[in-house]
Design a protein around this ligand. Sequence first.
Ligand SMILES: [Zn+2]
Length: 280
Amino acid sequence: MEKYDLLPQQLMYEGLIESHQLFEPSGPISEQAILLTHDSEYWNKLKSLSLSRQEIRKTGFPLSQALVDRERIIMQGTIDCIPHAIRHGVSLNIAGGTHHAYTNRGEGFCLLNDLALGANHLLHHQQAKKVMIIDLDVHQGNGSAEIFGQENRVFTLSMHGEKNYPLHKEKSDLDIPVWDGIGDRDYLELLEKHLTPALDHFQPDFCFYQCGVDVLKSDKLGRLGLSLDACKTRDRIVFSALQEREIPVVCAMGGGYSEDIKIIIEAHANTFRLADELYS
Ligand SMILES: [Zn+2]
């Protein structure tokens, strides 16, 4: 997708980052790492390209080897962000945020769930005891909620459009549904009201942040009414709360479907600009 090229170009053009601060994923994620999260039957069907026609239709993509390979690289990108976040407080995947992938099926342009793979990687390698997934993409993190429905070491928080996709919502540990057209002030107030108590109650030692920018008023699919400034303030609320509590965070970009690609890039770039401002 175009934004994955344009975003790093923009960040380098404005001098926010230098090329040595960008890294490519170390390779495709291992099968062992995939199987910490996903069902082996599903993974076998995915890798042998033998999902049923209906299962393929649900993913939204025409299934191909290139697509599976690309997804595995993106997943590893989120895993590779982890040590950088531990060292610097924050690390950002230019792609990822594939929160609609379930244990045993893909959905909504997500085949594997990078947030879940990252959380299970940390737990499995005893790099964290409690992980929180903060999902502020406009669409509910239904896959993450299902994957961790029975796992009390992972807390899933999803703030999303209540009338938006997915029609059938899963139960996250904390769901914050918002109404169509919600404006800046109401949205930000709701976020602040719920985020800090959740952090103080659960006390995670690591976070994943799905910072989709489909919450913007300009978004074709979002149905909310946020300005670019409010989207940046949203990120500031999250980063500040985590920084105050010394919780490292890996960000994955998630959705963004504004008509004008410049707005999408600007909103994602704001997350990087803010990370730079707060963490360097
Ligand atoms: Zn979305």
